[in-house]
Design a protein around this ligand. Structure first.
Ligand SMILES: [Ca+2]
Length: 673
């Protein structure tokens, strides 16, 4: 549920985003400041000696256990004069905090260790794990920092420390504490990845506007529509044929008749498109088209069908290997919510009086001055989630639908809840104890890593990535270098496990459609060639980020819609209209997502950027290479060593070495031969 937030978001420039993220990061990180206790090597090494080393192993690793802090007795002292440091002691300015998933997490069945250093200071970094040295890869780079990562196979316990080498031969050994020099991973995964998300393609469905599978239920919304209850409203709901024009009621009270049977009938379409997960906008009894004003959390809205229809949808989807998550709205209800109506009728003698915050009674339904409501909307009374009764009620609702067969939930406006983090901590513990692979996503527009530490959500709706970075780049609002910086800050802020679980949206029912944002026009227009090129560029990026690309219904068909015009983007899918070029493009991207192993990992490395170019790899062996050009001229790009096969655009299929040209407003996907 969003009203003004999207337009607010739009005004956030990429530069602002970067600085916000940097701030978040700075607060989260354990930054070791430079204290000038550097010891310069007496034996200078050339840079090539260090940088070409692929497996550096200290000669006597076990001595690390017995080394007395502050002495010069260290591994490998013959080749370089080492500097010993302990976390928090300062010196190397390296940043590491094993308690934070951004630095240590279990992803794709292995442990991903990451370390941040000042940019350009170290030519190579190693992590020594149980005596074996693993070279860390330079993964990300942003305003003065770079982040390195290494993967340790499996999830068993191990001990480790870091070795940082400069091109002049100075080596810094980063240990834990003077008492316990080695870092220790105990083998316990405290933030398990929901593994099925990593290789999946998601699809968001707005039920009233997807497909009408049962015309007999179309008018049932009349019985509960909020406008009929709201004392401050004189308008009434409207019922329209599938391709009727939109009216000022379009956003919330112009009904088109889409329903659960309609979704079930279209499962074959979704399967052939390559969809692995459906996110359903609210389907429970409510007073609007969007459903964020719940009347009964445990009743399927009759305008969408019956509980049996829902059961049938989930069973059929599961049969096809498609998971389904529901939209959970714990912050507020509709004015027709049974407990709220009880308060409305009985006042302080209602046993639900303390489920809300009532300022005066009696009151009229819809009076925003009479009770606490969401963002001042009188139609949306806010629940008092600090009341244990309300919390228990909502927790049981969530568990009820998980028991019913859902695979997870998207949570509406979580930051607005009273006592938000306490509530969601409890929710997660309850749901995950019974369903460890349940996927829990919070509707938070900015990147706030504090929600992604393992006790709250698996992912946020990553608008901050999809729109803040990828759309900004594809529309030409930011350069490749700015995009690389923003991507680096984004992925440095969250664990690799979270990156792999990313809910990667570029638009939704709460924003304009991206094709409109990219200059394609409004509902009913014919998008230009350039806007479609930009859409392709954007979606190549969306589909090659770690995590799950989520398509908003109809984007794959080339739908248009301007949010500022009565939420046009929610207009019904016109099943007789489709831009084949767009649909085939999406189809090919879902195929690549399913078939390229590198895209089924949680790892991205930003390799190179310029004004027009953004270049990155995917996978632990850098096996997928993406080159994106948002400029209006073509560019020649130097390829990493080896032979590369072009897999996007489709049909290209050439094997190339050394260099490749990338056309204006386009992207290439290559795979290591
Ligand atoms: Ca219907």
């Amino acid at each position: 549920m969003k009203s003004t937030m999207p337009s607010l978001k739009k005004t956030l420039g990429a530069a602002v985003l970067v600085s916000i993220l940097a701030l978040i990061l700075a607060n989260e990180l354990w930054v070791l400041t430079q204290q000038g206790r550097e010891q310069i090597s007496t034996q200078t090494k050339t840079s090539s000696q260090v940088s070409t080393t692929t497996t550096y192993t200290p000669s006597t690793t076990s001595s690390a256990y017995t080394t007395t802090p502050g002495t010069t007795t260290s591994p490998n002292s013959a080749t370089a004069f080492p500097v010993e440091e302990y976390l928090g002691s300062g010196g190397s300015s390296a940043v590491f905090n094993p308690a934070d998933p951004a630095f240590l997490s279990v992803a794709d069945g292995g442990v991903v260790l990451r370390l941040t250093t000042p940019a350009g200071t170290y030519s190579s970094v190693y992590v020594v794990v149980n005596g074996t040295s693993i070279e860390m890869k330079r993964q990300l780079k942003w305003s003065g920092y770079e982040m390195w990562y290494a993967r340790v196979d499996g999830v068993g316990p191990f001990e480790y420390y870091f070795v940082l080498a400069t091109s002049e031969g100075r080596r810094v050994y980063l240990y834990n504490t003077t008492e316990r020099p080695l870092f220790n991973f105990d083998g316990v995964d405290r933030f398990p990845q929901v593994r099925w998300v990593v290789g999946s393609v998601g699809y968001q469905i707005f039920p009233d506007r997807f497909y009408n599978g049962d015309p007999t239920n179309d008018l049932l919304a009349n019985r509960t529509d909020e406008l009929c209850l709201n004392a401050f409203s004189t308008s009434r709901p409207a019922f329209s044929n599938w391709s009727d024009p939109i009216t000022p009621l379009h956003c919330c009270h112009q009904y088109f008749g889409g329903d659960l049977k309609g979704i079930t009938m279209k499962l074959g379409y979704l399967k052939s498109l390559g969809v692995d997960m459906i996110y359903l906008n609210p389907i429970f009894l409510s007073g609007s088209v969007h459903g964020y004003d719940t009347y009964d959390y445990l009743v399927v809205d009759p305008k969408y069908g019956t509980q049996e229809d829902l059961r049938n949808l989930i069973i059929r989807a599961h049969d096809l290997g498609i998971r389904v998550i529901f939209d959970f709205v714990p912050d507020h209800v509709g004015i027709g919510f049974w407990a709220f109506l009880d308060v409305y009728e009985k006042g302080p003698s209602s046993k639900y009086w303390y489920w809300f915050t009532i300022y005066k009674w009696p009151f009229k339904l819809g009076d925003s001055s009479a009770y606490r409501c969401w963002w001042g909307f009188g139609s949306l009374p806010q629940l008092n989630t600090t009341n244990p009764e309300v919390r228990d009620y909502l927790l049981n609702v969530a568990l009820y639908w998980m028991d019913f067969g859902f695979d997870g939930m998207r949570i509406d406006t979580p930051t607005d809840l009273l006592g938000a983090k306490d509530f969601f901590r409890e929710l997660r513990a309850l749901v995950k104890s019974k369903y460890p692979q349940a996927y829990i996503v919070g509707e938070i527009w900015d990147l706030d890593p504090s929600w992604l530490k393992g006790d709250l959500f698996d992912s946020l709706m990553f608008y901050s990535l999809g729109r803040g970075v990828l759309l900004a780049f594809s529309s030409g609002k930011i350069t490749g270098t700015q995009a690389a910086e923003a991507l680096s800050v984004f992925y440095a802020s969250i664990g690799a496990n979270v990156a792999g679980m990313g809910f990667n949206v570029v638009d939704s029912h709460d924003t304009s459609r991206v094709l409109t944002d990219l200059g394609g026009g409004r509902l009913g227009d014919k998008p230009s060639y350039e806007s479609i090129q930009r859409l392709k560029l954007l979606t190549v990026l969306q589909f090659t980020m770690p995590g799950m690309p989520v398509i908003f219904q109809g984007d794959e068909r080339g739908a248009l819609g301007d949010k500022n015009h009565f939420d046009e983007q929610r207009y019904p899918i016109q099943w007789d209209q489709l831009i084949p070029e767009v649909y085939n493009h999406y189809l090919y991207l879902t195929t690549l997502k399913h078939t390229l192993p590198g895209l089924n990992t949680s790892i991205i490395r930003v390799l190179y950027s310029s004004d027009d170019l953004l270049v990155y790899t995917r996978g632990y062996n850098d096996e997928v290479l993406v080159i994106a050009n948002n400029g209006l001229i073509d560019h020649e790009v130097q390829l990493p060593e080896g032979a590369w096969r072009v897999v996007y655009p489709a049909g290209y299929q050439a094997v190339v070495v050394n260099k490749i040209r990338v056309s204006p407003l386009s992207a290439l996907i290559l795979v290591k031969e």
